[in-house]
Write a protein that binds this ligand. Structure first.
Ligand code: T5A
Length: 213
């Protein structure tokens, strides 16, 4: 961590409600007059959004999990440099919809990229800009995919990770829960089967307990 702002990340499987809760949390900070940057990965800066296009379109599958990991970290490097670190240095709350735990789960646990490789990339790219709090929204994979499908019905195409089979998504869920178990100081797990309001209240309770904003 650098600067004076605090860095909060949302993690979890597809359709768990991360974007919804990131926006809800941002509103809570607005209501108490505190400045926030809501951002996302992959993406969050101009170049990182360009890399997002490559990563989420079907063709990047052909490059394999390691090259894909390097692209996620290339995007993360730009995101950190252009958006996250400047905002933290300005004293903002930074709320990111996904961060490095997604790489650990999707590319590591579910696709076999070695933990040592991920740890090395984290040391180089993330360095001390680690999240102060990570909120893992936990939901059975089937339910999350159903929610994502309904959302896609509105205006968004299914991306290639959403299109993977149920076993892949169950492995992701397990991986996020293991991360929470290994890093209890940083991570909290919230049952995401409840209503948006219930989850939002639990998220805010966790933030108040941790930071007393
Ligand atoms: N990825 C990402 C990697 O493989 N490695 C990495 O390092 C990183 C950073 C990103 C993809 O990239 C992968 C993971 C992803 O596959 P994305 O489009 O950003 O792609 O996908 P997600 O982050 O998965 O976003 P989703 O939109 O699918 O899920 P969210 O944000 O968890 O869910 P949200 O808030 O959009 O809600 C989904 C739907 O459910 C409803 C919402 O209204 C919406 O319709 N909903 C609820 N319904 C009932 N009850 C609730 N409590 C609800 N909360 C939300």
């Amino acid at each position: 961590m650098i600067g004076f702002g605090k860095f909060i990340t949302f993690e979890g499987g597809e359709g768990a409600g991360k974007s919804t809760q990131a926006e809800r949390l941002s509103k809570r900070f607005d209501e108490i007059g505190q400045d926030v940057l809501v951002t996302r990965e992959p993406g969050g800066s101009k170049r990182a959004e360009e890399i997002r296009e490559i990563l989420l379109k079907g063709d990047s599958e052909k490059i394999g999990p390691l090259a894909e990991t390097l692209l996620f970290f290339a995007a993360r490097d730009d995101h950190l440099e252009k958006a996250i670190r400047p905002a933290l240095q300005d004293g903002l709350w930074v709320i990111s919809d996904r961060f490095y735990d997604s790489t650990r789960a999707y590319q590591g646990a579910a696709q076999g990229v070695q933990p040592e490789i991920l740890a090395a990339l984290e040391r180089i790219v993330v360095a001390d800009t680690k999240p102060d709090l990570t909120i893992i929204l936990d939901l059975p994979a089937e339910q999350g995919l159903e929610r994502a499908k309904n959302r896609n019905g509105d205006n968004k195409e299914t991306d290639r990770f959403e299109a993977m089979d149920l076993a892949f998504h169950e492995a992701l869920r397990k991986a996020f829960l293991e991360i929470a178990e290994q890093e209890k100081e940083r991570c909290i797990v919230i049952d995401a089967t409840g209503s948006e309001d219930e989850i939002s209240d639990q998220v805010w309770e966790a933030v108040v307990e941790r930071f007393n904003p």
